[in-house]
Design a binder for this molecule. Structure first.
Ligand SMILES: [Zn+2]
Length: 99
C-alpha cells in the first residue's frame, strides 16, 4: 500500500465507506465487500489451515500422552457400537455376495 497515489487512496477509502470493497486485515489485499468478511480468501484459507494443523497436532499429542485413556474410550465405543458395526459388516458381505 505504499506505491499508490493520494487520489487512489481517497478513492479506495470512498469505496470502503460505500461498502463496495474491503481491505484485508492481515495482508492489505482488496476484495469485494461482503458483510462480516474482514480478511481475504487466501488469508482465511491460511488461517483455517493453521487452525486445523494446530488442532490435529494437539489431538496427536493428547493421544500420545494419554494413550491408555484414549484407548479405553475407543474400546468402550467399539463395544457400544458392536451391533451397528456387525450389521454394517453383514450388509457389506451380502452386497458383495450378490454381485
Ligand atoms: Zn489477506
Amino acid at each position: 500500500m505504499d506505491d499508490i497515489s493520494e487520489e487512489t487512496f481517497d478513492e479506495i477509502k470512498r469505496l470502503i465507506l460505500l461498502r463496495k470493497i474491503t481491505i484485508c486485515e492481515t495482508c492489505d489485499n482488496i476484495f469485494p465487500y461482503v458483510t462480516q468478511k474482514k480478511i481475504c480468501d487466501e488469508c482465511r484459507k491460511k488461517r483455517d489451515d493453521e487452525r486445523r494443523e494446530t488442532k490435529n497436532r494437539k489431538a496427536r499429542e493428547y493421544r500420545k500422552k494419554n494413550y491408555e485413556r484414549v484407548r479405553a474410550i475407543e474400546r468402550r465405543s467399539i463395544v457400544k457400537n458392536r451391533e451397528k458395526r456387525n450389521a454394517r459388516a453383514r450388509a457389506r458381505y451380502h452386497a458383495k455376495k450378490e454381485k
